[in-house]
Ligand binder design. Sequence first.
Ligand code: PMP
Ligand code: GLN
Length: 385
Amino acid sequence: LNELFSSLPTTIFEVMSKLAMEHGSVNLGQGFPDAEGPETMKEIASKAMYDFHNQYPSLLGVPELRQAVARHSETNQGIPVDWATETLVTVGATEGLAACFLGLLNPGDEVIMFDPMYDSYVSMARRSGATIVPVRLQLPDFSVPLDELAAVVGPRTKMIMLNSPHNPSGKVFTRSELEAIAELCIRHDVIALCDEVYEHLVFGGAKHISLRALPGMAERCVRLGSAGKTFSFTAWKVGWMTGPARLMSPIIKAHQFLVFTVPSSLQRAVAHGLENESEFYLSLGPSLGVKRRYLEEQLAALGFGVLPAHGAYFLVADVSKFLRPGEDDVAFAKRLTVEGGVTIIPISGFYVGSSKPTHLARYDRTWSGYRTGLLPDRQASNPWG
Ligand code: PMP
Ligand code: GLN
């Protein structure tokens, strides 16, 4: 048995969603929207199945989606992309991330990751033999400790992993933070892996800037997107990637033996979405902003200390006031599900470094129930109820 995977616990998302189902709680844990994406995309996907788009497409993805991905990059971030050599369609961003770690890293390489981080990075980067060097984002606004970051870049640093807008915090990296990261990458000849699945989910005056858009970064940066987040179809598991051909080449080799390809019916629907449904994805940020304000007010009124955020699905709150003696965030999250009827995600599981904070919890705030007053009605707002 593989030592790494056989010793891993089940991901916290699965654990908390299962508990939510068992107790019929309102699930503000695992992040997914309760409103679905554009009808046109569902129609195209189902029509494509009836139109015989049911056999293996190219391992790179269908040309119309790769062309749409290239145009989307240029339109939204001003980053030109050659669709023929610089794009790849993946099984969600999750598979794209795995292909990047396997294709780009060697045993002994160091990868700098900001702590806390999305859980799938850790195991897949370690499985490639690399060592994770965590740099802790500073509370309360999860800012980048630039001196500490500069100090850990060394001769073995191969990659800096950046996730903006950030899961679990909702932080949107600022231009000055991105410029400092870019400067380090260029000075030390380091690759950047940019998980930008929440690129359109920003609000409150924040602007998402891709690290790949900064001068000198296009040739050393791979950037990932997700139809799950951009079109609220999280079960479709269609993702995309853009990057320079020299980096894409080994990633594509890893992708070909991880999954080979992605359902072409869904790819065609996502191509349509990227070309024609910008109104949909550009409206997601403002609507999440409204939901955030509502949830923030309610939590603050109850005594939770809500931390600032400008993007993604999430809100992080300080739950210290509610912890019983000896109780940590994991035990609190379980108790809240069982006794309070609300499921959240404890944050300690997102940390890799030592002395993890155990007083923070993540709330998913994509639910329309906040606004329609369904929140107190557990059964009505529980999709499994
Ligand atoms: N990166 C981050 C930061 C995420 O939050 C998620 C979804 N939870 C993913 C990647 C994976 O995206 P997908 O569902 O497209 O595989
Ligand atoms: N993006 C979601 C989250 O972070 C779902 C993750 C998952 O279920 N793997 O909650």
